[in-house]
Write a new protein. Sequence first.
Lengths: 188, 282, 438
Amino acid sequence: MAEEAITESPDTVAGDGVRRRDFINIAAVSAAGVAGVAVLVPLISQMAPSADVLAASSTEVDISAIQPGQAIKAVFRNQPVFVRNLTPKEIAAANAVDISSLRDPQTLEERTLAGKENWLITMGVCTHLGCVPLGAGEGENKGEFGGYFCPCHGSAYDTAARIRKGPAPKNLEVPEYAFTSETVVKIG
Amino acid sequence: MARIISILVGLFFTVALLWSFGNGAYLAITEPAPATAEEEFHKHPKDVSFASDGPFGKFDRQQLQRGFQVYKEVCSACHSLRLVAFRDLQALGYSEPEVKAIAAGFQVPGIDPVTGEDALRPGMPTDYFPKPFANDVAARAANNNAIPPDLSLMTKARHDGSRYVYSLLTGYQAQPAELLKEFPDAKTPAGLHYNPYFANLNLAMAPPLSGEGQVSYEDGTKPTVDQMAKDIAAFLTWTAEPKLEKRKQTGWPVIGFLLFATVLGYMSYRTIWADKKKKKKV
Amino acid sequence: MSFPWAKHYTPTHPFMQWMDEKLPLPRLVYNSVGSGYPVPRNLNYFWNFGFLAMACLMLQIVTGIVLAMHYAANQAVAFTSVEHIMRDVNWGWMLRYAHANGASAFFVVIYIHIFRGLFYGSYKAPREMVWLLGVVIFLLMMATAFMGYVLPWGQMSFWGAKVITGLFGAFPVVGEGIQQWLLGGFAPDNAALNRFFSLHYLLPFVIVGVVVLHIWALHIPGSNNPTGVEVKSESDTVPFFPYYIAKDGWFIGAAALVYCVFVFFMPNALGHPDNYIPANSMSTPALIVPEWYFWPFYAILRAFTSDFFIIPAKLMGVLAMFSAILVWFFLPWLDRSPVRSSAYRPLYRKFFWFGLIPAVLLLGYCGGAHAAEPYLMLSQIGAFYYFAHFLIILPIVSAIERPDPLPFSITEAVLGSDDNALLGTAEGSPHDTPAPAA
């Protein structure tokens, strides 16, 4: 645009004059461009999670009432989290699996905290397309591997919430969490 | 023809206005509006300055913390702060664990996890300041039929708000004798309190800051009534516009860049127009 | 349209040639705001405000769209959702202040734009349609601004909605029905808030449409200029690009500076504190006033304090307020003077500067004050002159006035002489001959 401005101007003279004019016009148009880009920053970032949403992105769960073999659904980032107290049998079943045969190879140990191997804490979000798998609630279908079963497209997870069958590509995600006391888990 | 219609329409409006003007002038002469106590005795806020004033203003975080303490220990008994969450207090310089402890010190409405009945639980950083009264009826009943307003936006909801809050809190006084002499009917009704900074001079709130040492500041500042009023006014300036500091800080680079770009644009404009701006040949 | 000497769009790049055949959008741009649009060379800075108004409209639409991503049009949460924008949304405070002050900026610009049109006679033939469409845009802007002010659902929002819809209640027989229909209830509530939000989102795009027509109509005769003398030869014009792009460009920067001072350093200066109090249908604020840009019209509304024969004062006020704008529709036919620019109209100029401008400023001042004396009497004086000016003085003055001699051409006005005119290339236009009528 700026160059065109110069050629449009009938009084263009050769030499330094041209270069100086050129420079000013290019600089002015560039400044307008920078301003335009700067304006985009707030317009784009306003769509990112707001402060109240970010502040609610950690949650504390009281696990004292969960008996072995039971699980609860907690809310974390407006999504379900499964907190499951594994029975020794379930732990044994999970450890008996040949890791190399898994689609997303992980041991139960890698998916739990040291010394707390019976506490399996995973997102309740199927890694296929985001449905909530069954199996956390009392009497729900746990699928053929005794873990979780996603009714949307038939993904089945085992007792370590690893994907064993169906279209899901990954194991159920383990969120970041820590035990703040014997009975309280802080997720996120 | 168009002209005649136009003039007739014009006469319709202008004569109607003259008629209104005449009536108004006649009334103004025969029945001048009586002077009111509000007009003569209402005062504009006192001239007091805050760290957040002016284009370079920043919050004095120490003062905000003191103001928060005044709110917590004095105001919160009656006034809600419903738009402010405990997590926001980090902006006053409190650390995350401190905010957590502050939040836990408040009881917020929740449910009993076993029975599901309404119950109170300790606050969390994501909770908002709890309301002192369950609803307006309860608020009226407890406060001599006046609802204590929410304070979150108070300094933006009044003209010259920060100064207004300070002036109101330090402005309680006995009703002046001249006022009673001039307007015997304007005696402050029982249960109300005279304050020349309040729009109609009499407000339901009893002087909330009653004397020195009502709160004890951790930072050693002397808790005079004047100091506490200033601190709470500063705190409420923050609650009304927590982004005030960021706004001013963003403003300067924006203005600076625009100045630069405008000067460049002007130079470019002059260059482009150079050949068209010849002097008049006369 | 174009003047015969306008440059023609000749794409050289094969892609642009291909594009020109399929969708001649670049050609349209070239001919409307590019090198192909010759513009009088003598435009002063008042002519920058049209471009600026377009920038304001874009600013309002862009900030408005992003604010609508966070705003909730429900009576229970609208106020809190605005505060959520101010406190928690990333850059929300800036977007909201930009939108609120953007409305004021838009009206400042439009009022200067209208002032320019009035002073330089831009409403006269052959530009009547440009003017009429402009008045339509102004009316749409007023409706949009009013409904936007209701959205935060503060005290002023609520009572503004109640009072302005109450205007329609002034009409006999049907008034009350219209008011209830507008509100969808007996007082502003959820129904009103929701429809105001819907229309507040819709109307700006209607404005865009009318703006396109406004600019289209402008491009038929081309821009007016400070002399009011029509373009006669090529030396009277310069191409829009780069000349007026450069001028508009730097001026937008200057205007943005003023605007940013408001947004960043005094964002609430033009607002009203009461709108930071949530709407309360049980208690009216001590002083109900609209935003500053409605004050002159609000003063006219309140100026009618006495019943006039069989017409109640309330209806008179409403009629007068609407007429104050409707009269603009008839302006091209009320002002019959063949001279456009007031610079060459010594008598009319006096009425303009010492009558109309002070009257409008007085009305503006009174419109923002309490509805009490002396403001009512002052607004009666202001409104008296306002109606007298347009409906009585203007038709008479334009008939009896003897205008000053006009320059022969724009080039002569700028350079002192017009070489092209001497060469005889110019063509006169009947509008340019100063003819003392009557």
